[in-house]
Design a protein around this ligand. Structure first.
Ligand SMILES: Cc1cc2nc3c(=O)[nH]c(=O)nc-3n(C[C@H](O)[C@H](O)[C@H](O)COP(=O)(O)OP(=O)(O)OC[C@H]3O[C@@H](n4cnc5c(N)ncnc54)[C@H](O)[C@@H]3O)c2cc1C
Length: 424
């Protein structure tokens, strides 16, 4: 099993993006070239705003090039919960927006001809316990009452789709989609460049300060970028550029493994119509097949960077235990990436200072959400009076954040035990 991201092997070539060698200026500076930063830049450039994107790495290096490619609409809260939490009007706006985020991605793909194996693909949320089944039934009713294409699948129906009978049922969301995630990031970068944005790699921003109505970013090689508006699109890879921001999220490690391409006969036995799957466990597992017929299996990892092969052992065991027909299929790749989580599982939009915008925290569901938020940020950057779909809230550091590393490890152990006991 080599430590390598399998998406790198099948992605479209990376667009030519230079390093930032000298100082530059623009109307908007975007820090971070993942889905959020690239979608923001694309929409800004299309609206005629001079935009510079900088990243410490090439576009798609972060979570955007490492994820499961499951384009899942919605948030972790159901529509009626959002209406209770945010009030009727804001709540409705929020679930309508969230429910349409996969459509947003497919629409971007179609409009810009993004070559990323994008397709409509049902998202199956496998249910691991009777308690989770009750919640899923409520979720189906909640969304169906609002006209959404979702359904509840019973044990036999879900087993027939996913190729194992470990789930008691499933929430099926037919609004979802799938992409080759790294290709999608690279193609978004290409579209943003075509629209007129400038993108620079090897440009880690080390400091950011406000000076006479401009933001001045200085990168590791000493180059600077000045702009009246700055968008922070660093998500789970957020460092100390903006005070307290890194302490407002828990940045968790998510791990994936990939098998060699499955024999054709076996491909027809699981997710054979391109469905993607995540489950309802608190310590979730997610899987899908890629275009070459490899099984990609993902799940939570240790809080710190995963180094030894042992960190991936639970994923290997899962494949071997629940898919005995794959016993002879080698597991060839393992890789990881960071996911930004808020304790209430809701994404955030911040404006910590005038002219600075931040969208952060996707709870492992950022492919669709961050793509759509890019358009919201572009609108807000162009018109500070625009009322975005998410309320703008202050950055709130998590108390005792430094203890979270220990806290997360023990919480994950507790969640695993609850999952196993069917109590979650
Ligand atoms: C293993 C894994 C599996 C996942 N699976 C799914 C899935 O199937 N479906 C789903 O919806 N979501 C999934 N997610 C979550 C999803 O990938 C993310 O929510 C999404 O990609 C976040 O995009 P982003 O643009 O906000 O951040 P990122 O793509 O992480 O981009 C942040 C960028 O900021 C740059 N950066 C940070 N600091 C600086 C600095 N100081 N200067 C310059 N650049 C900087 C980084 O280099 C990085 O490129 C998964 C995540 C992981 C890690």
């Amino acid at each position: 099993m080599q430590h390598a991201n399998v998406w790198e092997e099948t992605a479209v070539p990376a667009p030519a993006v230079p390093a930032l060698e000298s100082s530059a200026g623009a109307q908007v500076l975007v820090i971070g070239a993942g889905y959020l930063g690239l979608s923001t830049a694309l929409h800004l450039a299309q609206a005629g705003h001079e935009t510079i994107v900088v990243d410490a790495h090439p576009p798609g290096w972060g979570a955007s090039g490492r994820n499961g490619g499951q384009v899942i609409p919605g948030l972790k809260y159901d529509p009626s919960e959002l209406e209770t939490k945010f009030g009727r009007e804001r709540g409705e706006r929020l679930w309508r927006f969230a429910g349409a985020t996969a459509d947003f991605v497919l629409d971007l793909v179609a409009r810009h001809g993004l070559a990323c194996s994008a397709r409509r693909a049902p998202w199956i949320q496998g249910i691991h316990s009777a308690k989770a089944a009750e919640r899923a039934r409520r979720r189906v009713e909640d969304w169906q009452a609002r006209g959404a294409a979702v359904a509840y699948l019973d044990r036999a129906q879900v087993a027939a789709i996913v190729g194992t009978d470990i789930y008691v049922g499933a929430f099926a969301d037919y609004r979802a989609a799938a992409v080759q995630p790294l290709s999608y990031a690279r193609e978004l970068a290409r579209a943003a460049l075509t629209a007129g944005a400038q993108i620079y790699r090897d440009a880690q921003v080390l400091s950011l300060r406000a000076e006479r109505g401009q933001w001045c970013a200085v990168t590791a090689n000493g180059a600077g970028v000045r702009a009246p508006t700055v968008v922070i699109a660093t998500n789970a890879y957020t460092d100390d550029l903006v005070p307290d921001l890194a302490r407002s999220i828990v940045s968790l490690n998510s791990l994936q493994i990939a098998t060699a391409p499955l024999p054709v006969a076996l491909r027809g036995t699981m997710l054979s119509h391109g469905e993607t799957l995540s489950d309802t466990r608190r310590v979730i597992r997610y899987w899908r097949l890629d275009d070459a017929g490899r099984l990609l299996m993902g799940g939570r990892g240790p809080y710190r960077e995963a180094e030894s092969e042992l960190a991936w052992r639970h994923l290997v065991a899962h494949v071997r235990r629940h898919f005995p027909a794959l016993a002879a299929v080698p597991i060839t790749h393992r890789w990881d990436g960071r996911v930004a989580v808020h304790l209430d599982y809701l994404p955030r939009l911040h404006r910590p200072h005038p002219g600075m915008l931040v969208a952060i925290g996707c709870q492992g569901r950022g492919v669709a959400w961050q793509s759509a938020m890019g358009a919201e940020l572009a609108r807000l950057a162009g018109d500070p009076a625009y009322d975005p779909v998410l309320p703008i809230t202050p950055v709130q550091p998590i108390p005792f954040h430094r203890l979270k590393a220990i806290g997360v490890a023990s919480t994950i152990a507790l969640w695993r035990a609850l999952d196993r006991a069917g109590l979650s």
